[in-house]
Design a protein around this ligand. Sequence first.
Ligand SMILES: Cc1cc2nc3c(=O)[nH]c(=O)nc-3n(C[C@H](O)[C@H](O)[C@H](O)COP(=O)(O)O)c2cc1C
Length: 142
Amino acid sequence: MELIHCIYCSAATDSDLTKEALDEILEQSRTNNQKSDITGILLFESGAFFQVLEGDRDAIEKAYLKISRDPRHERVTKLISEPIEERAFGEWSMGYPRVTKKELEEISGLNDFFARGNSFMELEEGRAKVLLQAFKQGQWHL
Ligand SMILES: Cc1cc2nc3c(=O)[nH]c(=O)nc-3n(C[C@H](O)[C@H](O)[C@H](O)COP(=O)(O)O)c2cc1C
């Protein structure tokens, strides 16, 4: 067993995704992830997703392949995939921290990235790590 995390961003095919559509994604994710011992968080803001998947390498690679082919999103872009010592979101089969644009803008270390109109789609590895840290330590991590 090799513990890794895989972090990607994507654009919702329907940028006005309804609450029901989002709930369906979360429900499917939680049911499947529990079976495969995958944990993580999913963020959705301004029509874009940011997801952290943690677990055994084989399970994560399979899940990522399946998720990346899901027609509910497009331009799925892997930002980070690397071994980790321990899980950051071990108690969440798929946490969904409800985050506002304003809260994203206030995360320090991102140099006004979100205030300048960028979305998760414009993230690169460095900023993805800052975002991960903020959610690992921040008010959203229950
Ligand atoms: C943004 C997004 C995130 C998703 N995250 C997960 C996930 O963490 N785990 C998972 O099993 N499926 C996830 N899915 C759903 C999968 O793409 C796929 O529809 C689902 O796993 C199929 O479930 P089934 O094999 O039970 O039919 C996600 C889909 C989207 C659009």
